[in-house]
Structure formats: C-alpha cells, structure tokens
Design a protein around this ligand. Structure first.
Ligand SMILES: NC(=O)c1ccc[n+]([C@@H]2O[C@H](COP(=O)([O-])OP(=O)(O)OC[C@H]3O[C@@H](n4cnc5c(N)ncnc54)[C@H](OP(=O)(O)O)[C@@H]3O)[C@@H](O)[C@H]2O)c1
Length: 321
C-alpha cells in the first residue's frame, strides 16, 4: 500500500511517499481502508519531534482516519466488516491503518468519511475543554485562540450554542470565516495588544481555550477573571510557557486546567463518552454540521503539513489516499 513515512524529524519535508505492506489487525484491533485521514497540528509537532511521547523516525505518519472496516482482529465484537468508522491509530496517512476497536465511532447517519473527520479529535477536544472542564455557561465570555482552525471552529460553534459571548483570535485573513461562525469579536493577535483589547471589550473572560502557549499563554492568564476564570490548556503551538505558584497566588488567582484528549479517553472514559453523546445531540440539532475539510492527495501530505505549520490554513485538512 502507499503510505507517508516520516523518515527524519526535520518537519513536513521529512515525509516521503513509500510502498509498505498492509498492516494486520491484532487482538482488539480492526483494519480500516482509509477513506480520508485527518491532519492535525500534532502531526506537525511529531514531524519535528516536539510532541511529548511522539514516535521516533522512521514511522508511518498520521493518526486520525475515517474509512471502512475490512478485517477484525481477535475478540473484536463492537465493529463489523463493511461498517464505516472514525478512529485514531498510528499510521493513518496510508491506504490502510490498524485502529484499536475501543474508541471507534460509527459515522453519523448520512455523513461520509471526509465529513466525519474531526468528530473525535477537534469537536470532542473543544467540547470537553469548554463544558465539563471550563464549566462554560450561558452569559459567560470565552476567549478562543486559533478560532479559524480545526479545534477553534468547533469551539466557536459550541460556545455560541451554549449562549456565550465569543472573543476569538485569528490571523487577519481568517477573520471573516470566524465572524461567519458567530464570533462576537475577532482579534488579530499579531497586531493588537491582546490583553488590552480583551480587557477593553469585556473586562475579563470566564474561560480561555488556550492552544497557543508561548507569549500568548501569559496574555491568556492576564485576561481570565480573577478567582473564577479558567484557562484550559490544550496545546503549545508557539512553544512552552510557565506561570509560577507566586503568580497564581498573588497576581493572577485563576484556574489553570490541562486537557489532553488521549489521556482523557484513558483516565476519564466517562467524560469522553458523555462528550460523544452530547456531540450526537449537537449533530441532530444542526449545531454541528458535516465537516468540509480542505482535501489534499496523500502524496501532497508534506504540503498540507507545511501549510498548517505556516498558519496558512483554515479549518480541517484531510489527506485522500
Ligand atoms: N489537547 C488535546 O487533546 C488536543 C487535541 C487536538 C488539538 N489540540 C491542539 O489544538 C490546537 C489546534 O489544533 P488543530 O489541529 O485544530 O490546528 P489548527 O488550529 O487548524 O492550526 C493551528 C493554528 O494555530 C494558530 N497558531 C497560533 N500560533 C501558532 C504558531 N506559533 N504556529 C502555528 N500555528 C499557530 C494558527 O492560526 P492563526 O493563523 O489564526 O493564528 C494556525 O492556523 C493545537 O495547538 C493542537 O496541538 C489539542
């Protein structure tokens, strides 16, 4: 089969199209013929070796796939051959991928593989971060970073649906997209002073969806409301950042909450299951519409990852094997 192999941790240009054997599903696993693979910021981080616990080169890249189940490993009773599913498994940038049966989700009625990408990664991440962890309520104000991105777009729709005022950040060229999703204010964090602007607009925010890190992390802490404000940390696209116990005690008494989906699925499966149920309700209500990813050929995977890294993309990206 054709697959994209990360041959060195040099970033997207370290990816090469190769021919490898179709993998075999082991106990508790299924083999999926990939209809569409999701591209995530974590793929970029893995390609540079900056994703904590990420694979060592060489490895078949990608970890999100939607497609048809073509073989069941020993003991699998929760999936059927011929069924279309979405799941996460290492090596998704390929014609076939092996995925653990636990965590596989059938496609919503009437949706195809491509449209379903993001369900278990982007949407579940946004929902879990904003609701059970961020405790977002109607009337709250929320700051959503990278609001035009895969997770960000889902977060804007969810926050608006639950009655929040949304302040979003995005590169200037993406502002129209974010406004169309319902965001009340969009800030170009590269030209405006984010802290001043958010405090001017709202006097502080109840929840921050913090996916950027670097110098932005400090601004997120500064704008969270004292005592009750929550900063839910889900990413570090711009690098590592710290806040001290002294600052949390005296200067910025706010809640800092970490969220990593793989850990949530493993350590708090009830939270993940509840999120999936809620997402299906949001689908039924039309709050969560079928996805419209930008689709690249598998061979153009390096280009897709390079564009994602360069902040040149809007919304979800997909690779078609
Ligand atoms: N914790 C979890 O379980 C979990 C799960 C999924 C995703 N995530 C995290 O959520 C974030 C979004 O992921 P995604 O896959 O949906 O990607 P994405 O938002 O589609 O793409 C990343 C966006 O982040 C913005 N950005 C800001 N600073 C950046 C920088 N220094 N380098 C690159 N991009 C920067 C850019 O948007 P602008 O140009 O508009 O600034 C860029 O388009 C990532 O940090 C990812 O690691 C976490």
């Amino acid at each position: 089969m054709r697959a994209l192999e990360q041959q060195a941790l040099t970033g997207p240009e370290g990816l090469r199209l190769v021919d490898v054997a179709v993998p075999v599903a082991g106990a508790g696993e299924v083999l999926v013929r990939v209809g569409a693979a999701g591209v995530n910021f974590a793929d970029v981080m893995q390609s540079r070796g900056t994703y904590d616990g990420g694979p060592r080169a060489p490895y078949i890249a990608g970890f999100e796939a939607a497609g048809e189940v073509v073989a069941l490993g020993e003991g699998v009773t929760t999936a059927a051959v011929g069924q279309h599913v979405i799941g996460t498994g290492a090596g998704a940038f390929a014609e076939y991928v092996v995925v653990p049966a636990v965590g596989l989700v059938p496609l919503p009625d009437g949706w195809n593989d491509e449209q379903t990408l993001g369900l278990t990664l982007n949407w579940a991440t946004a929902l879990i971060s904003l609701r059970p962890l961020g405790q977002l309520k109607a009337g709250n104000t929320v700051l959503i970073h990278a609001a035009a991105g895969g997770v960000g777009q889902a977060a804007v729709r969810i926050a608006k649906h639950y009655g929040a005022t949304v302040i979003a950040t995005a590169s200037a060229a993406k502002h129209d997209v974010v406004r169309r999703l319902g965001a009340d204010h969009v800030i170009d964090y590269r030209t405006a002073d984010l802290t001043d602007e958010v405090l001017r607009l709202a006097g502080g925010v109840d929840v921050v969806l913090e996916s950027v890190g670097g110098t932005t992390f400090r601004q997120s802490i500064e704008v969270a409301r004292r005592v009750t404000g929550k900063v839910v940390v889900i990413g570090a696209a711009a690098g590592e950042a710290t806040v001290s116990n002294w600052e949390l005690n005296f200067k910025h008494p706010v809640h800092v909450i970490g969220q990593h989906l793989t850990t949530t699925i493993q350590q708090a499966p009830d939270i993940f299951a509840a999120a999936l149920e809620e997402l299906h309700q949001l689908i039924a209500k039309g709050v969560y519409p079928p996805g419209e990813p930008t689709v690249y050929d598998l061979a153009d995977g390096p280009k897709a990852l390079a564009e994602l890294e360069a902040r040149a993309t809007v919304g979800k990206l997909a690779l078609k094997p």
